[in-house]
Design a protein around this ligand. Structure first.
Ligand SMILES: Cc1ncc(COP(=O)(O)O)c(C=O)c1O
Length: 395
């Protein structure tokens, strides 16, 4: 072999005795075959075999298998983001003339997808009260093919009666799927509660370090898995093994991160209830949270994301108080090592159950900093807001 050929043909080296604890990152577009017959027969390898990098590498398959094991699922597919995981489920289940039901508390881009992508293609959606329970029956007609859940709901944290909704939907011939990003399979396994699809934005707690974007869908029914794979093949969707490797690293520490964030978040939520400028703390583990009884029944515990509804304060005061925070970062997303705060506006999003409160909502994601530093930062924020509230006319 001459030098130029040597440059592109890597020498085979022994792997014997090399046993690493890390999952190797296998990068590939092309997968080569040992002979022409195997290449000609490559379709016989089936969807579990390797044929092209887009459809899977040992790295992505390891992450899929790990998520399947955690969800007690038969199969998992990986998508490039959480939102892509949701839209892939919808595209796999819905045809023109069909309808999907989504909760008022769904991650807002889900509604955007329904309004701006599905509706022009003849797929309808209806928005339902997340606390509807068996009342979902009244919304399901022959065209309803999918009932979507997200529990707890984005920002306002209502916990859904998953068992009632999935049982009712199935009795009426509709499939069900749940955005389980908040809980992860460590705190809730939606497939055990009747959901057909358990979806996660791995971007959050699985990745755990705010540096990757990835989504997953886990299923028990192989027909549904095939439908997801078909959409992904047609649209040319796959994920990078580098992202999967980061997620595999993140998932190893997810249990301790989640337990810590859940404990500190819960402690903060309870203490924040006594803060004068706080109108209400929105946390599934607090008894006043809508659906708290379903949280106690179904979840193994809380994660570290919850919200705080403030008494009315001026926007200028809120912006200035937020900007003075030292330990919390201001930003979207959540579930990383760094604690985050994000002002959220839900009023314009809610149509099934109008959101009546006027105060701003702050969503908090508790990370791994020293809880004392976090609490001091929160107290600085709330003290500054209290000064503004005291200066309001009529205060
Ligand atoms: C509940 C929930 N689901 C899905 C997503 C979307 O995840 P991604 O950012 O990976 O698209 C988010 C993102 O914030 C989310 O909060």
């Amino acid at each position: 072999m001459r030098d130029l050929s040597r440059c592109v043909h890597h020498p085979a080296v022994s792997h014997e005795g090399f046993s690493s604890l890390a999952v190797p990152t296998y990068r590939a577009s092309t997968i080569v075959f040992p002979d022409a017959h195997s290449y000609a027969d490559r379709r016989l390898r089936g969807p579990d075999g390797y044929s092209y990098g887009l459809h899977g590498t040992p790295t992505t398959r390891t992450l899929e298998a790990q998520l399947s094991a955690l969800h007690r699922a038969e199969r998992t597919v990986l998508l490039p983001s959480g939102q892509a995981a949701i839209t892939t489920i919808f595209l796999a289940m819905l045809m023109p003339g069909d309808k999907v039901l989504i909760p008022d508390t769904a991650y807002p881009p889900v509604r955007g997808f329904c309004m701006n992508y599905l509706a022009p293609r003849g797929i309808q959606h209806a928005v339902y009260d997340p606390m509807i329970g068996t009342g979902i029956a009244a919304l399901i007609d022959a065209s309803t093919k999918l009932v979507w859940l997200e529990s707890p709901g984005s920002t306002t944290m209502e916990v859904q009666d998953m068992r009632a909704i999935t049982t009712t939907a199935h009795a009426r011939g509709a499939a069900t799927g749940c955005d389980n990003t908040w809980a992860t399979p460590l705190l809730l396994k939606p497939l055990d509660h009747g959901c057909d699809f358990a979806m996660e934005a791995l971007t959050k707690y699985v990745g755990g370090h705010s540096d990757l974007l990835l989504g997953s869908v886990s299923v028990r029914n192989l027909r549904l898995w095939q439908a997801l794979k078909d959409v992904m093949r047609m649209l040319g969707i796959g994920v990078s093994p580098d992202e999967a490797a980061l997620a595999l690293r993140g998932i190893e520490t997810m249990g301790v991160r989640l337990a810590h964030a859940g404990r500190v978040g819960m402690e903060f939520a309870q203490r924040l209830e006594a803060v004068p400028v706080v109108e209400r703390v929105l946390h599934p583990a607090l008894p006043n949270c809508p659906g708290h009884e379903f949280f106690l029944r179904d979840f193994a515990g809380p994660s570290g994301v919850f919200s705080v509804l403030l008494k009315p304060v001026s926007a200028a005061a809120l912006n200035s108080a937020l900007s003075s925070m030292k330990t919390f970062g201001i930003g979207a997303s959540w579930g990383g090592t760094r604690s985050l705060v994000a002002p959220m506006s839900v009023k314009s999003d809610r149509v099934a159950v109008p959101w009546k409160a006027d105060g701003a909502i702050l969503r908090l994601s508790v990370g791994l900093e020293d809880p004392e530093d976090l609490w001091a930062d929160l107290m600085t924020l709330f003290e500054r807001l209290a000064l503004d509230a005291a200066a309001q006319p009529g205060a």
